[in-house]
Write a protein that binds this ligand. Structure first.
Ligand code: ADP
Ligand code: ZN
Length: 602
């Protein structure tokens, strides 16, 4: 399983509970998985889906997210597709025929489609091994996000009698948990529950004074990275976006008073890193899976602790240290009081007042803020001092000591982020689909300059190694060679075997084609790769002791001699210094090819 994890997802190990859940599912059992945001729920059904026969159906309520999820899986070389109302009839027919041919391992479906007789009869024809019910709390009226369409799910048992169910949610509520088990008929399911602590998030409360200046100061600490600023009113959100733009930040505003088009434009700009800050009312967030939000700031008093925890939960899904700031003034309570007074139902008024009071308590705490938040959801077994809130860690800037924090080259990180953004724009996917921040940070820390060291980087699985490996290796070399920065060892990997699997499977696929008498160009075309990547693969194969007939590789002898001379004079086998000596008349592919021939002959 570890090898598969590296090969498909580029990870070296499992997050808590993942391995247990996957093992359980692979043994044909059912499960309800309760994990916090960022806990890694998706992998719990994605990895089994690759191993099980037939197809896995994933039921997900958020149509906007399906495309991103499918893009993310495709970038890892996993065959996935979705069917929802954003597709037209012919597109749906196309997906259906792919599924029918067994070409799709994960099919995402919106729950409302299950009510359609046509869809039901289509599903009956399939071999469905696993049903993954994402955001399973939506089935319960006790949850904060009840969706009537989720009641359609009970038909799945009848339509796919052989399929096992895995239900997943980030909700922490006992009543909802029982409701999910009952409604989905999960009598024999095991419940997997991880704690709801988010160890990579720090919690801080600042006095609500000179909010704009102070917010600007905090945002300046995370240049060009993503932040969400929650405001109580639409007007305030709009003004805040304006003010931040005046202060040199790229900010956009989002609230329910904007048109659908305006809202999706703002959301899209944020997801694609075209703006860094989104200033929003609580209307923003559902359906945002952006993993690299580094700061969530509330500039007004939240309505409830539940809401606050959910909103701050959108920070740091990728596990990297991220901050949750509350600009607190007890005086804000009057703004809520104004709304509360307009409610007729006295019990409801009382309930809302109690909720606001609990937020006031949070703001005025003299004890650990994390303990309070988790205590609110019934978790008690926490340490006295969390080390990552402003009470446990006064004055000094709050750090999140438990987290993977790496010292990396900030300048190279920025260059890599830029390249990622451009590549993402070209391919019409969010940047995080290409590589996570953590992957770029590792590249900026370890300077990988060969295929096999690139394969050791977090998040670099077989498919990403092929698609993007060489592009990023070239950028890193371009940066490192003039500065004389060598690769750093040891590589940050724990499992060398897994890395080897990733390298060998991609290199061997190239070698097979090449051995069947295809030219470099033909091999590149068949694999959908660049010639440079094919040459690099052959070089890796050669260095790994693979034998193949290289006599068909050709560079005119005189030019080959000149290139060999240039390598000798530049003191190694690096491309950029050799090219500097050779001049523009020699392009990189030729120099690369010559290097392969020289190595093969020696
Ligand atoms: P959830 O749905 O529980 O909020 P996700 O499935 O979106 O969480 O995963 C959260 C983040 O953790 C994603 O960025 C994902 O790529 C990453 N992740 C998942 N599993 C692992 C793992 N085993 N090792 C490292 N990162 C992981
Ligand atoms: Zn604390």
């Amino acid at each position: 399983m570890l090898d598969k994890l590296k090969k498909y997802f580029g990870y070296d190990g499992f997050l808590p509970l993942q391995e247990e859940v996957i093992d359980h599912i692979m043994r044909g059992q059912e499960a309800l998985v309760l994990m916090p945001t960022g806990g890694g729920k998706s992998l719990c059904y994605q990895l089994p889906a690759l191993e099980l026969p037939g197809v896995t159906l994933v039921i997900s309520p958020l149509i906007a997210l399906m495309k991103d999820q499918v893009d993310g899986l495709s970038a890892n070389g996993i065959k996935a597709a979705y069917i929802n109302s954003s597709l037209d009839y012919s597109e749906i027919a196309m997906v259906e025929s792919q599924v029918a041919r067994g070409e799709i391992k994960l099919l995402y479906l919106a729950p409302e489609r299950l009510a359609l007789p046509r869809v039901q009869s289509f599903l009956r024809t399939l071999e469905v091994s696993l049903l993954a019910i994402d955001e399973a709390h939506c089935i319960s009226e006790w949850g904060h996000d009840f969706r009537p369409e989720y009641r359609n799910l009970h038909v799945l048992r009848a339509i796919c009698p052989k399929a096992k169910i895995i239900a997943l949610t980030a909700t922490a509520n006992q009543r909802v948990e029982q409701d999910i088990l009952r409604q989905l008929n999960l009598n024999r399911a095991r419940v997997f529950k991880s704690g709801f602590d988010r160890p990579n998030l720090s919690y801080e409360v600042l006095p609500k004074k000179q909010v704009l200046q102070n917010l600007v100061k905090e945002l300046e600490k995370i240049p060009k990275q993503s932040a969400i600023v929650y405001c109580l009113s639409r007007k305030r959100a709009e003004k805040m976006a304006l003010d931040l733009n005046k202060n040199g930040f790229k900010a956009a505003c989002y609230h329910a008073g904007m048109t659908g088009v305006q809202r999706s434009r703002a959301q899209e700009a944020f997801i694609r890193d075209r703006v860094d800050v989104i200033t929003a009312t609580i209307a923003f967030g559902m359906g945002i899976d952006k993993p690299d939000v580094r700061l969530v700031a509330h500039v007004d008093l939240p309505k409830s602790v539940e809401g606050y925890y959910q909103e701050t939960g959108r920070a740091g899904r990728d596990g990297l240290p991220s901050r949750c700031l509350l600009f607190f003034s007890k005086g804000d309570v009057f703004k809520h009081e104004y709304f509360i007074c307009q409610i007729q139902d006295m019990d409801e008024r009382d309930r809302l007042r109690r909720q606001v009071n609990d937020v006031i308590k949070y703001g005025e705490l003299k004890t650990c803020r994390r303990r309070y938040l988790l205590g609110y959801f019934g978790e008690t077994s926490l340490r006295e001092n969390c080390g990552a809130c402003d009470i446990c860690c006064p004055k000094a800037e709050v750090k999140t000591p438990e987290v993977q924090s790496l010292v990396y080259d900030k300048a190279l990180f920025e260059i890599l982020r830029d390249a990622r953004r451009r590549l993402a724009e070209d391919q019409g996917v969010p940047p995080y689909v290409i590589f996570a921040d953590k992957s770029l940070q590792q590249m900026a820390a370890y300077y990988p300059q060969t295929v096999s060291s690139m394969a050791g980087i977090f998040g670099v699985g077989r498919e990403k190694l092929e698609r993007y490996g060489q592009i990023f290796i070239d950028i890193i070399k371009e940066y490192c060679v003039p500065l004389n920065l060598p690769e750093k060892t040891p590589r940050p990997v724990t499992s060398d075997r897994a890395v080897k699997t990733a390298v060998t499977s991609t290199v061997l696929a190239t070698l097979d084609l090449f051995k069947s008498n295809k030219s470099l160009k033909q091999t590149a075309d068949l694999r959908g790769l660049k010639t440079a990547q094919i040459i690099t693969h052959l070089e890796t194969a050669l260095e790994g002791g693979e034998k193949f007939d290289w006599s068909g590789l050709y560079v005119p002898e005189q030019r080959l001699a000149n290139i060999a001379e240039a390598f000798k004079n530049s003191g190694g086998f690096l491309l950029a210094p050799a090219r500097a000596l050779l001049g523009e008349e020699y392009d990189y592919d030729e120099i690369r090819l010559a290097r392969l021939i020289i190595k093969a002959r020696s």
